[in-house]
Write a protein that binds this ligand. Structure first.
Ligand SMILES: *[C@@H]1O[C@H](CO)[C@@H](O)[C@H](O)[C@H]1NC(C)=O
Ligand SMILES: *[C@@H]1O[C@H](CO)[C@@H](O)[C@H](O)[C@H]1NC(C)=O
Length: 374
């Protein structure tokens, strides 16, 4: 009899324990809905510490690692190596958009078409600096300025996830413009925005040097006319003042997702979200919506109309895709720009969506395609 009662108690205890474990696994979902990040607006009030004095002892060693200067063409934005940029103190006290163009690829060897399009961007911004980040540089950036994010960064399931996340770090730390390498720049960014009556905070909008009252801006582009489409705010182009708190949202939501993936029971059936969902365009749109609902008046977000940076919507009719998609045999940039009327629309750039990544890895066929320039 006694043995039976003891067993029953053990049995009840075991069942209770099991339910507790299952319950704990689901806590992150409550109140947020499946797949949305458990962030709150409080995040913007507590940015992580960014050291203002960098690890200068690393600098002499790093800056010799990669000469990138392409001195033959003086009308191009001057090449600045990531190592050099990392050695500068982040310019967190400027309200406008710094004259700094960021691009990234797995290495410094750009496929032919990327090189050509990248040069169109440098040519439209001759008085800017241009930084090409590699996978290796991105890791260095994280280690140096975002050590709290290193574990998350390394745990992401592919380099495309890391490249997607890193552009938010460039924006947060340095500001400027980020553009994917399959982007052709059609006119200078700042005058292009001004001519479309997009007003930016003053480049030097400082009130008595008070950082808290400074106005920062982050710009993204709309693609297509359906704002409910979950790819409608791509991350192929972004522009921002340094230190804009929005960019902490993508970092924190990636961190939360990685932590979620590690829950013991969860990992039994956990499958990583795609790069688009975790760090790419779908995540960007979700984070923009969330940030906008927080209403930070000093640090605004502008989503530019669809003609501005994504005049080519990849989710469109075949007669536009045929000349405009870099994945097609029929791709013809001149024809594409004519079809879309980018001159009349005042577009500042166009992304041809070369799709060099598939799933968690590279798409070799598409890389081969953009490696040929004809
Ligand atoms: C910008 O504003 C000016 C002056 O208000 C106006 O004449 C012009 O048409 C506007 N341009 C666009 C693209 O809306
Ligand atoms: C691309 O289109 C333009 C204008 O339609 C045409 O003149 C040109 O020959 C085409 N280029 C190629 C390589 O087909």
């Amino acid at each position: 009899m006694l043995v039976f009662q003891r067993l029953r108690r053990l049995y009840i205890l075991a069942i209770t324990l099991l339910f507790c474990i299952i319950f704990i696994q689901f806590i992150p979902y409550f109140g947020t809905g499946l797949g949305t990040s458990p962030l709150t607006c409080r995040l913007s009030a507590t940015p992580p510490h960014i050291p203002s004095s960098h690890a200068s002892n690393n600098c002499p060693l790093l800056s010799t690692s990669r000469p990138q200067a392409d001195s033959s063409d003086t009308k191009l934005a001057s090449a600045l190596s990531p190592a050099e940029l990392l050695c500068r103190s982040p310019k967190s006290l400027q309200g406008g958009i710094p004259k700094l163009l960021h691009q990234s690829w797995k290495s410094t060897e750009l496929p032919a078409k990327f090189k050509k399009w990248s040069n169109t961007c440098r040519r439209q911004h001759p008085d800017w600096e241009w930084v090409l980040w590699t996978d290796e540089d991105n890791l260095q950036l994280v280690k140096q300025y975002f050590p709290w994010l290193e574990d998350t960064f390394l745990s992401l399931p592919g380099n495309i996830y890391r490249a997607d996340l890193a552009r938010n770090l460039y924006m947060y730390l340095f500001g400027g413009v980020y553009a994917d390498l399959d982007t052709e720049c059609l006119r200078p960014t700042l005058s292009g925005l001004a001519s479309q009556n997009i007003s930016l905070p003053d480049q030097h909008s400082k009130t008595f040097g008070d950082e808290a009252s400074m106005a920062r801006v982050a710009l993204f582009g709309r693609m297509g006319s359906d704002p409910t489409f979950d790819h409608s705010i791509p991350n192929a182009w972004m522009a921002a003042s340094a230190g804009h708190p929005f960019f902490l949202f993508p970092m924190s939501s990636a961190q939360a997702e990685i932590q979620k993936s590690r829950r013991i029971l969860h990992s039994w059936w956990y499958d990583y979200p795609s790069a688009e969902q975790l760090t790419g365009p779908i995540a960007l749109r979700k984070n923009v919506k969330q940030y906008e609902s927080c209403g930070d008046a000093a640090n605004t977000i502008i989503v530019l109309p669809d003609s501005m940076v994504y005049p080519f919507n990849w989710n469109t009719e075949e007669d536009v895709r045929s000349p405009c998609s870099a994945e097609k045999e029929t791709f013809n940039e001149t024809q594409c720009k004519n079809v879309l009327g980018v001159d009349l629309k005042g577009s500042i750039s166009i992304t041809y969506w070369s799709h060099t990544h598939r799933g968690k890895g590279s798409d070799m066929e598409n890389i081969e395609r953009i490696s040929q320039d004809k």
